[in-house]
Design a protein around this ligand. Sequence first.
Ligand code: ZN
Length: 313
Amino acid sequence: MLDAHHPLDVHRLLKAFEGRPAAVSASAPDPVNLPMIRHWCEAMGDTNPAYTGDDAIAPPAMLQAWTMPGLSGASSARTPAYDELFALLDGAGYTAVVATDCEQEYVRPLRPGDRLTFDTVIETVSPRKTTRLGAGYFITTTMRVRAGGELAGTHRFRILKYAPAPVQPPAPTRPARPRPVINRDNAPFWEGVAAHKLLIQRCTACGTLRFPWLPGCGRCGSPAWGTVEACGSGTVHSYVVVHHPPFPAFDPPYAVALVELAEGVRMISNITGVPYDGVRIGISVELEFIRVDGEWELPVFRARSGGPEGAGE
Ligand code: ZN
């Protein structure tokens, strides 16, 4: 028994169609005529003078156009064999079709008034092929077009009849954390972070420490500054727990803390080592650096165990 769903059996069934007719002694719906030639040339933008005037010929590439049955298909010359072939493929799940390529040979020019007939043969059916559209079979048909019984040209046409590959939704990827804007006023801070140093700006005119980084001193206005490396100890001065709005790069709820460094300046950061609801004002924290999104690092603060009110369990 042949299994019409097994690819090897399907191919054996398909091979039996090779050489069978897809159209026999079919007649073109219309004789070669100037109006169709003119419409074709307009659509193609082809201004070749050979296709106009009293001695006009038809553009050779119109060969197949003369044989087309039209949208209704009422004058279709298709044989049962071709319909059986399609029914077999549809039944095996190869329900989609796409034209892939065609080759034409022109034996003699076609002129207005020529009455055309044609025969089409199912030439080959390929083994099952996997394509980006899906797996399927290439079917090649060859049409021989005659004018007044004389061969005018051949039209070899190939389609892929395939099972559409399921559309794979892209794997959900977690959006990256927002990146800091690094400019000439704060670049040394981020260079310090990369070296695992938390640098505080210090006004060289009046000695005031400042954080976050700014171009000038808020106390004396001097633009001159140096840096002091934070020792890394701090306490939670205040905090909020963010429930809403959700941001795809973060998992709410989470705590955002205002940490007072031992040097006296305050910095907004994350608290690690304790659940979001374990953060308390006054708990003692220690600087650490975490890597986020696998590529860049941030200074955060780890809750020290044994802080006030039993925080840091
Ligand atoms: Zn100053």
